[in-house]
Design a protein around this ligand. Structure first.
Ligand code: WTA
Length: 647
């Protein structure tokens, strides 16, 4: 980390905001001062950008910390704020989504269209017995019905849990079971890399162990053959299309659960991050407007999957709450050609693009000639999220995608934070490639040392959040104690994010990656423990250790060291292949190790803890660090001599 750090701090390129953008920016320097003067009043003002059926009595109740309540006593409906109020204000004809399927089919959906579809879906869910508080699982490709399903749930006060379509049947099963969802919304499949890929079989498999699920609503997207369980499975078009397109939204308490999103933690069991309604919507709506400097005629595109928090906050809730026009794209960036994103930007006149550094590094690899073939002059703000953006990728993004004009906002946040927390503002900050810069107005962040004391400028430590914020997770679904232990115990009274960070000489924040056993692969969070558990669940594996090794494209890559059981040890190469597939079927293809190294021993401390730091050195082909705490330092030699084993 220290080498990476000193490289970062040698970065001295600076990009001031474009004068025209700064002059008309939604947020200015004064906003920081305003929020500093009264943080709570600042958030109350942002909450008033939304429609409340009844205003709150108290903005923040922190009396039972770390369990927060925001806008106590207020009554609100998220779907009403995303749809009805825009239609009622006369903006029903405004496009909510320019949706583009991977094969090139398109749908233009206005706010009025979306309201009608969501109303029908809400009526259908009501007919299926869904009531406020019931959980609904959504396992879908990137199609408009995914948004419709989420908002229909929100409208009814029924928290949704969207499971990324790339997750396996077992991952889906675990999530359905953990939050006890009784209804699953899915589709026959979606298009990926030029071919239909199936989703329904995973649902069928998952549900063999979820007896309480009473109905599966299936959207027909690819028209591929599906297995059908009579009485349980229902076609979306048969149940939803016949419903009335009128539905009166009920207003719920500000703390009504809006959704549960599962994310990897440091143990094998995924954590169900609970977000509620009023504070979440306030922060995602305000941050979307402030950080991207969104104007009424912008065309906004978050190129991420709705199955992740980025999609929830900045494809669905933020942009819709702000009444903005978005692009939504179903497929991969290289189908049918490597210029697909740039073609979409030119076609729809996208003015704001938000994506992950891993995508940018992939485009760098493909070369700047590809975007150069398209007219990208509509772009005015670029955003980055999900992992540290290295300065080279930042500058490439700004130069070849942004035409050297556009600010790049490097936004730090987490599933847990619900919305953006640390970022430069495009009309205010002088951009520093690689720096997430400063906490937003109304947000309090600090970098602290081991003992919890703030570090001086120029030093590194751990990122903590020192005050509650509106979109913060409220707890882990069904596990208050784990919520306290995971986030609020490391540093008394402060939220520990799990990230390392550094303050530069100006006091600006640079993120340095996770300090726990969580990996970040292509902007996706994966737990080393979860993959280790998947590996040892295979009969051939005696022991496994997983590390995230630096990878030029994906940021980190999964590298697994496994000890095979006696007789299996003969066929290392074959076993490695089998194990990669096993991990894909246990968790999902995104968790597949890049490399599996079959070894005879693993390096451990005297207390028996696997020394992942050493394994990371091996995986990254670095010189070995200090091995004196190993029980037997020859283990590392054994590992090295096995490095020839292909993954
Ligand atoms: C990392 C995604 C550096 C970080 C919104 C965090 C980042 C984890 C950045 C959360 C950034 C996210 N710079 N690192 N701009 N944004 N991260 O929950 O390690 O999928 O803890 O949320 O991604 O990932 P999650």
């Amino acid at each position: 980390m220290s080498e990476a750090l000193s490289n970062l701090l040698r970065e001295d390129r600076r990009f001031p905001p474009p004068a025209e953008l700064a002059a008309a920016a939604n947020v200015t320097k004064e906003t920081y001062a305003e929020a500093d003067a009264d943080r709570i009043a600042f958030w109350e003002k942002q909450a008033r950008r939304l429609h409340w059926d009844r205003e709150w009595d108290e903005a923040l109740d922190w009396s039972k910390a770390p369990f927060a309540k925001w806008f106590v006593g207020g009554r609100i409906n998220a779907a009403y704020n995303c749809l009805d109020r825009h239609v009622e204000a006369g903006n029903g004809d405004k496009v909510a989504y320019h949706w583009e399927g991977e094969p090139g089919d398109t749908r233009t959906i206005t706010y009025a269209d979306l309201l009608r579809e969501v109303s029908k879906a809400a009526n259908a869910l009501t007919e299926l017995g869904v009531r406020a508080g019931d959980r609904v699982a959504i396992y879908m490709p990137m199609i408009p019905e995914t948004v419709v399903a989420m908002l229909a749930c929100a409208r009814l006060g029924a928290p949704h849990t969207v499971v990324f379509g790339g997750f396996s049947a077992s991952a889906l099963r675990d999530r359905i079971q953990d939050c006890d969802a009784r209804i699953v919304i899915t589709s026959d499949g979606g298009y990926r890399r030029g071919a239909p890929s199936a989703l329904k079989p995973q649902v069928d498999q998952a549900l063999t162990e979820c007896p309480d699920v009473r109905n599966v609503l299936v959207v027909k997207r690819t028209a591929q053959d599906v297995e059908w369980t009579e009485g349980r499975d229902l076609w979306w078009h048969e149940v939803v299309d016949k419903q009335s397109d009128q539905h009166t939204a009920e207003f719920f308490d500000a703390e009504q659960p809006l959704y549960v999103m599962y994310t990897s933690g440091t143990t094998g069991k995924p954590k169900g991050i609970l977000h509620t309604t009023g504070g979440y919507l306030t922060q995602v709506a305000w941050t979307h407007w402030a950080v991207f400097d969104v104007k009424p005629d912008d065309v906004y595109w978050t190129a991420a999957d709705i199955g992740w928090v980025t999609g929830h906050s900045y494809i669905v809730y933020g942009p819709l709450a702000n009444g903005v026009t978005s692009v939504m794209y179903e497929g991969t960036p290289d189908t049918p050609h490597r210029g697909r994103w740039w073609e979409l930007i030119a076609k729809y006149g996208v003015s704001i693009l938000y994506c992950a550094p891993t995508a940018i590094r992939t485009f760098m690899k493909w070369g700047e000639d590809i975007p150069a073939e398209f007219d990208l002059s509509s772009l005015r703000v670029l955003g980055s999220v999900g992992e540290p953006i290295n300065p080279e990728a930042y500058v490439w993004y700004r130069t070849y995608i942004g035409g050297g004009r556009t600010p790049v906002v490097d936004t730090w946040w987490q599933t847990e934070t619900g919305g953006i927390m640390i970022t430069p503002l495009p009309g205010v900050a002088e951009g520093k490639p690689g720096a997430a810069m400063t906490a937003l107005p109304g947000i309090s962040a600090e970098v602290v040392d081991d003992a919890g004391n703030p570090v001086p400028n120029g030093a590194g430590g751990y990122l903590v959040l020192t005050e509650p914020w509106p979109a913060m997770l409220r707890t882990l679904w069904g596990d208050d104690q784990r919520y306290i232990d995971t986030y609020w115990s490391r540093f008394e009274g402060r939220y520990f994010a799990g990230d390392g960070a550094k303050k530069d000489d100006d006091g600006d924040i640079w993120l340095l990656g996770r300090v726990d056993d969580v990996m970040n692969v292509s902007g996706h969070r994966l737990s080393t423990t979860e993959i280790e558990s998947a590996l040892v669940s295979h009969p051939k594996v005696a022991e496994a250790a997983v590390v995230g090794a630096t990878d030029p494209t994906t940021g980190q890559a999964v590298v697994a060291f496994v000890i095979l059981r006696g007789s299996a040890a003969e066929s290392g190469e074959e076993a490695a292949k089998e194990l990669r597939n096993h991990v894909a079927s246990e968790i999902g293809p995104i968790a597949k190790p890049r490399q599996i190294l079959v070894v005879e021993e693993l390096p451990k401390t005297r207390s028996g803890k696997i020394m992942r730091r050493l394994l990371r050195d091996v995986a990254e082909n670095r010189e070995l660090g200090d091995v004196t705490t190993l029980t037997d330092s020859s283990v590392m030699e054994l590992i090295r001599s096995n490095l020839s084993t292909p993954g």
